[in-house]
Design a protein around this ligand. Structure first.
Ligand code: G4P
Length: 527
């Protein structure tokens, strides 16, 4: 291969940062995303940024259910350029009813930005998403938001990161005052103060100081907040963690930034630091070992499939994360699972209504591929044909329903619908042992509604869902697995690959079963 490509490839890879924002609804993800895009002058918008607020009608209204609920079901990708970098933000649904899709999207990111409301601290959805990132060992950057409102003491927030999430932190800046008294932040690295001032608190001034003992800091902060700041910073210097780049990179230490997204305060500094510290596209594991982004042969894998973006057509869009080489429109690649060559003629970078055709793309980028039903989640595409990326993890569902078809004659369509929605990763399917009753497992309640709606709208099948009281699913590995062992507040079922899975009504039932079967493994993900 020509050195021309390798040089270009190197430049393009070095430029890229691909990350996801993890947060609990209302922490300010939409607001922060918009500010970031504004700095970059977004070149590609996926349209869901304001989906929830319905101010930008794009992909998010592809399905009636979204309109009815006023939320965005799907997650998508945004891209912008800033200071010579190309940034890909993977959006994740912000509503409580998030799904496995949200988790899977995180596998396509190389780092995560954890957004926390300074008044609420670490909330449940953040915790769940954090754990997925933790398992992958990706770097996590924290932005503590809404400093213009009364919030928790900054030390308590750092303590919470450690206690609840088990991650050490390094504050990159430190707030001076809070709420109505919020005057700005002290940047520990640059030794400068960023002032939050002006009548509407929107004017931001940056003053370079020699250190926090510089007299100007006292003048700005006032005696009370100055004393507080000095005390806090001294405590941090003595008792806080040291900044350790390696630990940041391995996800053991999170750099923390304080700010206020709505006032665009601290966002630019955050972005600039993030771009410096966050990794370029990282290698991915495959049957041929680690696939490096600089490998000149194109490869990638599908982490998400989204159906019926355009309700007039029954097409699906498969989202592919590029792992190596250069993507060029019209190129032929091997669809490894089915062993066929396919031409990538209609790739879309994003999913706004005026779909944008991509001419080329590089590792770290996400492209949407037109899918006439040939792709499954986890499929690998590659130029050489041999590369198969490691299977994507299956995440443990938390809600379960028994499903039956209202009209038995529609069984064939029902099966087809179930198969396709399983492939898309909307639902997981289990069968009871003996009777072969079908049980659906999902991560968020909305997925049941989506399932019901789409079975009717797309396959003409009315289904009956009866909620079951199980809350946990564990894949079992062992020699003596037997339904008799799972009778009390639990049930033994099989997944679609015939793995044994036990469902439990509560933690007590799960713990008891684990204690009674010490030789059995209870896995949170399919083996
Ligand atoms: P989400 O995507 O994480 O769900 O959060 P979103 O950005 O929609 O923000 C949730 C609410 O928090 C919004 O208010 C938003 O304006 C507010 N917010 C975001 N950042 C800040 C901040 O730095 N300071 C303060 N004080 N508020 C912030 P809302 O009233 O729910 O919606 P809206 O009517 O303002 O759109």
């Amino acid at each position: 291969m020509s050195t021309g490509l390798s040089e270009t490839l190197k430049q393009e890879v070095l430029k890229r940062r691909t990350f996801a924002i993890i947060s609990h609804p209302d922490a300010g993800k939409t607001t922060l995303t918009e500010k970031l895009l504004l700095f970059g002058g977004a070149i590609r918008l996926a349209g869901t940024v304001k989906g929830r607020k319905a101010s930008r009608h794009a992909t998010s209204d592809w399905m009636e259910i979204e309109k009815q609920r006023g939320i965005s079901v799907t997650s998508s990708v945004m891209q912008f350029d800033y200071n010579g970098h190309r940034v890909n933000i993977l959006d994740t649904p912000g509503h409580q009813d998030f799904s496995e899709d949200t988790y899977r999207t995180l596998t396509a990111a190389d780092s995560a930005v954890m957004l926390i409301d300074s008044a609420k601290g670490v909330e449940t959805q953040t915790k769940k998403l954090f754990q997925v990132c933790r398992k992958r060992g990706i770097p996590i950057f924290t932005f503590i938001n809404k400093l213009d409102r009364e919030g928790q003491n900054p030390f308590d927030l750092l303590e919470e990161l450690e206690q609840v999430l088990g991650i050490r932190s390094y504050p990159m800046n430190w707030p001076i005052g809070m709420g109505k008294q919020f005057c700005g932040v002290y940047d520990r690295k640059q030794t400068q103060v960023e002032l939050f001032q002006g009548d509407d608190h929107r004017e931001i001034k940056v003053r370079k100081v020699s250190g926090y003992d510089d007299p100007i800091v006292k003048e700005i902060a006032g005696e009370f907040f100055y004393d507080q700041l000095v005390q806090d910073l001294e405590l941090l210097d003595v008792a806080g963690d040291e900044f350790d780049f390696e630990k940041v990179r391995s996800g053991e230490l999170t750099p923390v930034f304080f700010g206020s997204a709505i006032n665009n305060f601290g966002v630019q500094t955050f972005l600039e630091n993030f771009l410096q510290l966050a990794p370029t596209p990282t290698p991915r594991k495959s049957n041929e070992g680690m696939i490096e982004p600089l490998n000149e042969k194109f490869s990638g894998y599908i982490f998400k499939i989204q159906a019926n973006m355009n309700p007039a057509h029954r097409d699906r869009i498969a989202f592919l994360r590029i792992c190596s080489g250069k993507f060029e429109r019209g190129m032929s690649v091997k669809h490894v699972r089915v062993g066929k060559d396919i031409k990538l003629a209609q790739p879309q970078q994003f999913l706004a209504q005026d779909r944008d055709i991509v001419e080329d793309a590089y590792p770290g980028d996400i492209i949407g591929l037109f899918d006439p039903g040939i792709f499954r989640i986890g499929d690998s595409l590659s130029q050489t044909g041999g590369v198969e990326f490691d299977e994507l993890p299956t995440f443990s569902p938390e809600l379960f329903s028994k499903v039956t078809v209202k009209n038995a004659l529609k069984h064939k369509q029902f099966q087809k619908g179930v198969d396709q929605l399983t492939e898309e990763g909307t639902i997981q399917v289990f069968k009871t042992i003996g009777f072969e009753d079908m049980i659906l497992g999902v991560v968020g309640q909305l997925q049941f509604e989506v399932f019901e709606y789409r079975m009717k709208a797309e396959y003409g099948v009315e289904v009956q869902l009866s909620r079951m009281s199980y809350q946990f699913a564990r894949w079992l590995v062992g020699d003596d697995i037997d339904p008799g062992k799972f009778r009390i507040n639990s049930q033994l079922v099989k997944d679609k690959k015939d793995n044994y899975v036990a469902l439990f009504e509560n933690e007590y039932a799960l713990r008891t079963a684990m204690e009674k079967n010490p030789n059995m493994k209870f896995l949170e993900m399919a083996p």
